[in-house]
Design a protein around this ligand. Structure first.
Ligand code: S3P
Length: 437
């Protein structure tokens, strides 16, 4: 399926919502599965990645009923997981595969985890190594999936996660829930801390020390209710729409505003985009709010700090699309991890933005976008999603400001995190974005 974007476009404004947060949804399903009793998760992310987690947990014997955005999970407790009869298919989802490695190792359940071509290209030793140090037997395929976990982890560890990764941290904390003793994860900077925030909701006290976080096992998780906020990473595309296209105010409601995720708001401020935040008092563990974005007369290029990029890892593609339209040069650094996401996101953005007329220089850990003192006029081009949801959606934003028609091949990959994205964009842009099925 291709998306066709005709620019330059305007937007109609209004108040919209984004689907539930993908990261929080994975964790809610996994913790609810390991708890005793029936948990309810409201606002569950509808995308394919979270369905992969639900599917794998069902293969492990957990009953999960999903109706709309509500999941009811009948937890089996830490000792209740069953050995699956088939490989666990994690689809495109790195979070599913890495987090479940920790669960299997802790529970002592033998299983093989597989994924699609993109997931199979991603590094898995970063999780396998510490789990082996805990005593589990973990076999990767040249460092990648398929990954087989067998033999229970028995020794709690203190692990320096390198590179810092919330998925690795979560896998180790999950394994640590099963083991007697303290399991700690140390990080050079704080990665998203949804797991640490959610475990206390399930009755597990967290251990905190400067630069590290831990759990005391064996733990006991008790069923609870989880409210999943709207996904900031999905809201980022709508903030970018409001920043780049003329139109009345655009407000996105109920968005998760965990500080470890909102580096993109700092980046927008540097580009001269004003975003007003209206806090939402329903927040439970995770801060939430409405975001109202105002388009500036023009975007001004900026040098983004490693701290900002570290809190905006998943937003670098859409940020790059904005920088392609800004006055002057923008620099992104500290983003080497982008090369091993669902695609090499630095290379894909460079390729597509260059096809649209931007000047882009690639670095091992970032990009220079634009030319000092100049605003380049982007033009439409045919670009590829590279089977990567965030690349597909980032090019929609680039195309809306470019002159002429941008064709995004394999646009259906947006469904991984944001089903309904193309329909919503079609409405918000008065038809400037359409799918060519
Ligand atoms: C995620 C962590 C990040 C992020 C990914 C989701 C999570 O990856 O890019 O989309 O839910 O923990 P890393 O753990 O590789 O940094």
């Amino acid at each position: 399926m291709r998306a066709i974007v005709t620019g330059p476009a305007h937007h109609i404004g209004g108040t919209v919502q984004v689907p539930g947060d993908k990261s929080v949804s994975h964790r809610a399903l996994i913790l609810a599965a390991l708890a005793q009793g029936e948990s309810t998760v409201r606002g569950l992310a509808p995308g394919a990645d979270v369905r992969s987690t639900a599917h794998c947990l069902r293969q492990l014997g957990v009953h999960i009923q999903i109706t709309g955005d509500v999941a009811v999970v009948r937890g089996v407790g830490l000792q209740g997981l069953q050995t699956p009869t088939d490989a666990l298919d994690c689809g495109n989802s790195g979070s599913t595969l890495r987090m479940l490695m920790g669960v299997l190792a802790g529970a002592g359940v033998t299983a093989t985890l597989v994924g699609d071509a993109s997931l199979t290209a991603r590094p898995m030793e970063r999780v396998a190594r510490p789990l082996r140090a805990m005593g589990a037997t973990v076999t990767t395929t040249d460092g990648h999936a398929p990954v087989t976990v067998q033999g229970r982890a028995r020794t709690p560890i203190c692990w320096q996660s390198e590179p810092p990764s919330a998925q690795v941290k979560t896998a180790l904390l999950l394994a640590g829930l099963f083991l007697p003793g303290q399991t700690w994860v140390q990080e050079a900077f704080l990665t998203r801390d949804h797991t640490e925030r959610m475990l206390p909701t399930f009755g597990v006290a967290m251990l905190h020390a400067p630069g590290r976080v831990g759990v005391q096992g064996p733990a006991k998780l008790l069923a609870t209710e989880v409210l999943v906020p709207g996904d900031f990473s999905s809201a980022a595309f709508l903030l970018a729409l409001g920043a780049i296209c003329p139109g009345p105010p655009l407000t996105i409601q109920g968005v998760g505003l965990n500080e470890s995720r909102t580096g993109f708001l700092d980046a927008l401020a540097q580009l001269d985009v004003v975003v007003d935040i209206i806090p939402d008092l329903r927040s439970q563990g995770e801060p939430m709010g409405a975001l109202r974005v105002t388009r500036p007369d023009r975007l001004t290029g900026a040098a983004f700090s490693v701290d900002v990029i570290g809190r905006a890892v998943d937003e670098v593609p859409v940020l790059s699309a904005l920088c392609g339209q800004a006055l002057g040069q923008s620099t992104v650094r500290g983003a080497a991890e982008l090369r091993v996401k669902e695609s090499d996101r630095l290379a894909q953005m460079a390729l597509g933005l260059e096809a649209m007329g931007a000047t882009v220089v690639q670095w091992p850990d970032g990009l220079d976008i634009g030319v000092v003192g100049q605003t380049l006029e982007l033009h439409g081009a045919t670009v590829d999603s590279a089977h990567d949801h965030r690349i597909a959606m980032a090019f929609a934003i680039a195309g809306l400001a470019a002159h002429g028609q941008t064709v995004i091949e394999d646009a259906q990959w947006a469904d991984i995190s944001f089903p309904g994205f193309w329909r919503l964009l079609n409405t918000l842009t008065d038809g400037a974005v359409r799918l060519d099925v």
